[in-house]
Design a binder for this molecule. Structure first.
Ligand code: 5GP
Ligand code: MG
Length: 203
């Protein structure tokens, strides 16, 4: 099957993503430098697996700062479900150190939907007492719960639709698409039926 089978439409194309990342990286760098009264000694990025990997790889190459990356895994959309099943940290994949005292930390996620994932990650990191803690998402859905959630950097606000590509998956596929796209509903229904799961489809 083609990598792009089942696509309905391109919501955000690769050029728009690239342009927006330039702006975002500049804002993040400027804020960190202002906070540290000059260039910070170093920053710690905490990307949330797996959806943030493409965003992360493009963003970090635009940040001219000494940095460490500590991965964290939070699962909330297992398999073919399209609505959050409740977020939980997968401890075995977490690379968060015992303490983050004196560190400037930036949490990176792909999309802010219900906010459960970001809240969980933020509370976990906050408990490690970093000097500063900021949050950054590629996408935020225009639904009240997501719009009300405090987040420092948002690349794009999108309609309340299920999207894939540029790191985001459906049943772990589509992450390698360069654009952010929606899927055809008939295609999704068929995949969900085949997976023998109807959980979370209707929202
Ligand atoms: P939240 O915890 O905010 O409800 O959801 C955040 C997580 O759910 C994201 O990190 C992402 O993995 C997943 N998610 C939320 N909305 C979408 C979506 O539209 N498409 C995909 N592929 N994943 C989503
Ligand atoms: Mg995710």
């Amino acid at each position: 099957m083609q990598a792009d089978a089942g696509i309905d439409r391109v919501l955000i194309g690769r050029e728009a993503i690239s342009r927006r990342l330039d702006e975002l990286a500049q804002a993040i760098t400027a804020d960190l430098c202002a906070q540290a009264n000059g260039i910070p000694d170093q920053i710690t990025l905490v990307p949330i697996l797996t959806g943030s990997i493409v965003f992360l790889s493009d963003l970090i190459r635009r940040l001219p700062l000494r940095m460490q990356i500590r991965l964290i895994s939070v699962s909330s959309y297992p398999g073919t479900s399209q609505a959050s099943q409740g977020a939980k940290i997968e401890a075995s994949l977490s690379q968060i150190p015992e303490t983050l005292v004196a560190q400037h930390v930036l949490i990176i996620d792909d999309i802010l939907d219900s906010g459960q994932t970001l809240r969980l990650a933020r509370d976990l990191i906050q408990a490690k007492q970093p000097a500063t803690l900021r949050t950054c998402v590629l996408l935020r859905k225009k639904r009240p719960i997501a719009m009300a959630f405090p987040v420092d950097y948002v690349a794009f606000e999108i309609p309340d639709e299920f999207v894939v590509g540029y790191g985001l998956d459906f049943d772990d596929y589509y992450r390698n698409l360069p654009d952010i796209v929606t899927l055809r509903s008939d295609f999704v229904s068929k995949a969900v039926r085949q997976a023998g799961s109807s959980s979370g489809l209707i929202r």
